[in-house]
Design a protein around this ligand. Sequence first.
Ligand code: CTP
Ligand code: MN
Ligand code: MN
Length: 493
Amino acid sequence: MVPLKRRRVVSSTGGDRTVPPKFPQAVLFLLERKMGASRRAFLSQLGAGKGFQVEEEFSERVTHVISENNSGDEVTAWLRSQAGGRTPAHLLDISWYTESMRAGHPVQILDRHELQQQQIKEAEEEEVVFSVPSYACQRRTTLDNHNTVLTDALSLLAENAELSDEEGRGVAFRRAAAVLKALPRPVTDMTQLRGLPCLGGHSLRVIKDVLENGASGEVESTKQSERYKALKVLTGVFGVGTKTADRWIRDGIHSLQQLQRSGQTLNRAQQAGLEHHHDLSQPVMKAEADAIGEIVEKAVVSVLPGAQTSLIGGFRRGKLTGHDVDFLITHPEEGREVGLMPKVVSWLEAQGFLLYQKTTRNSYLESKEGPARPSSNMDRFERCFSIFKLAKHTSSGDDEEEAKPAGHKRWRAVRVDLVVSPISQFAFALLGWTGSKLFERELRRWAGHEKAMSLSSHALYDNTQSRYLRATSEEEIFAHLGLEYIPPSERNA
Ligand code: CTP
Ligand code: MN
Ligand code: MN
């Protein structure tokens, strides 16, 4: 038998040491550049101890060059500066090495381990690597989404997590989707995602699956799952939350027919939701939102001249459809807005515009509450959840009742949210109710984590100065937060 060739390896004492290499096909070289001499020595020693051949000097024999925080170009440039200039078989990131150390043998080389070499890439096409800031409120996200296939997949998993009361997972998927929504071009290759924020391992797996196979197995199986389907159908009814839906599912109710037959007691909202389910599951069009806007405006000025109505929510962000229409009402004189909502609601009811309404009184008191608490102050304005009865527009005049085929209504039901705020809180309410939900969440996270401030739809409190920061416009709030102003149309995160 021919004895194994003994190789010179790095040893802890700095002297030479010979051990039989366990993996003779891999001759490794760790690049000192950016890694530093001491880390390189430590890692080399670690490898040698596990039977890897780690060369001290670069030579023709080296098959794997391993570097840390170097680009393919940087490593190639270094190799060119070496005598010979031959490029070894593998230019690898340190992650391949550390994973191999953990495994105790050279692990399979995956795409993510390999450094990208621009020279090869350049011949084909310029590599597009994206870069975006990590908070959604630092980014401009228009409705132009170049990655809908990927964001739909991630949004579905977010929705599934939220329906299952796994809020943390839901937010993680929402943040990942939001990063992709902000990209200027479609993602075509995983390497373009390097260095992007908010893309966790799970989201990256889903993206990879979609890029490589056209669909994600996890998304497809979620869509097919009985539980997801039932949760979606049941929570699709206005007034039904995840807890109620979950209870019904445990009682064997998976569909609306089963719900209707079950004899479950429904509250007033749920009864209205079920009754108008067909209409409410149709998207609301911008023209319908505008028609409702005119009605609300008329109601508001009739009961309080000088009061102002603003369109908020998705339609303010420029969406062309929505699941509801949202309005914010105020009066330029502080205090005049008190008691406004019941009057608006009575006016609308008297005119036959309301199929359902539930009004909640304002429960926000700054002095008593102290600093605005972000998690608990979302619902404190005087507000009204309602279902409007909106006349359908016919292109050919009004009096066509008889001409309508039987069973065709001349109106449709539309979900409408009304909120009243005092003028002193108007800018905060406007910002807080324009959305998107993720944009709002990110604004509050930014305020808390980066600025030691608490932002709500009522106020901005500076914890360092122990005082409220006033604002009369959204621009001022962004300025207080040290953020560039993002207009509503670019808050579609
Ligand atoms: N909102 C809130 N408190 C709630 C519900 C909603 O502050 N209890 C805010 C959300 O943060 C969002 C805005 O109201 O910014 C609009 O919410 P919603 O109508 O649910 O979403 P839209 O963005 O308008 O989307 P859609 O078009 O589907 O209605
Ligand atoms: Mn809305
Ligand atoms: Mn709403």
